[in-house]
Design a protein around this ligand. Structure first.
Ligand SMILES: [Zn+2]
Length: 243
């Protein structure tokens, strides 16, 4: 065992950590990406998803197929190593299962989980894996509903059920703890403000310096492709955790 047992390490990640695994990032998509061909306001909008049912499922079927071909990268593997060494709490905005496939025991998915479906009528949730959605085989196993079957991903205008748990985890950080933010633009959640106000030692690791979140909101900033800077990031986190 290494480090002080009471010292917490919270790892908060976004799409940048999975970009090196070939998954499209939501806000910086290139011309050929899935996000460029579908309008997020149509395919991930809770207010109109039922009206666009076939298109919504087509989009998420493609994303699951894409995920089935992706592999965890060095940054996912590093975070899971921290879970083993320091009991790191993994909080992610990502809906992919790359931490799980790298061996994570528990991941808090605050924006849902792509390999699963959810019934908006009865609340049932179940795994579909990387398969395409089919109206023939993917009715709700509990109530038999079909029109109510939705990807288990938090859409725009939809409540995010894990936010309470996430804010408790971030809000309970003390001066003894470490918060590592990896691969997130801070556009959806104001993680820069969280870091600035947090008594914990904070680390930002993004592709490059940006307006949001800003480097000076954090105690340390390390930039570069998530998979490439993993050794440097590991050294810093290990030093802080073993103080
Ligand atoms: Zn149901």
């Amino acid at each position: 065992m290494t480090g002080t047992p009471q010292r917490r390490l919270v790892v908060f990640s976004g799409s940048g950590i999975s970009a090196d695994s070939g998954l499209d990032t939501f806000r910086t998509s290139g011309g050929a990406s899935l996000w460029a061909r579908y309008d997020p306001q149509v395919v991930c909008n809770f207010d109109c998803w039922e009206k666009n049912f076939p298109l919504v499922h087509e989009f998420y079927s493609r994303r699951r197929e894409e995920l089935g071909k992706a592999e965890p990268n060095a940054a996912h593997i590093l975070a899971v190593d921290w879970e083993k060494r320091f009991g790191a709490e993994l909080i992610t905005q990502n809906v992919d299962d790359l931490f799980e496939r790298a061996g994570a025991r528990y991941v808090m998915h605050v924006h849902g989980f792509l390999p699963a479906l959810r019934c908006t009528s009865c609340g049932a949730q179940w795994l579909i894996g990387y398969r395409r959605f089919s109206p023939e085989t993917d009715r709700c196993p509990k109530c038999g509903g079909l029109d109510s079957v939705k990807p288990n991903v938090v859409f725009f205008n939809e409540p995010a059920p894990r936010y309470g748990e996430m804010w408790r985890s971030l809000g309970n950080l003390t001066a003894n703890d470490v918060l590592a933010v990896i691969g997130t633009s801070g556009m959806v959640l104001p993680i820069g403000q969280v870091a600035r106000r947090s008594p914990a030692t904070t680390i930002l690791s993004n592709l490059q310096p940006a307006e949001s979140p800003r480097d000076d909101d954090f105690d340390h900033a390390i930039h570069g492709r998530a998979a490439e800077i993993a050794p440097e990031l590991d050294k810093l986190v290990t030093t802080l955790m073993e103080r």
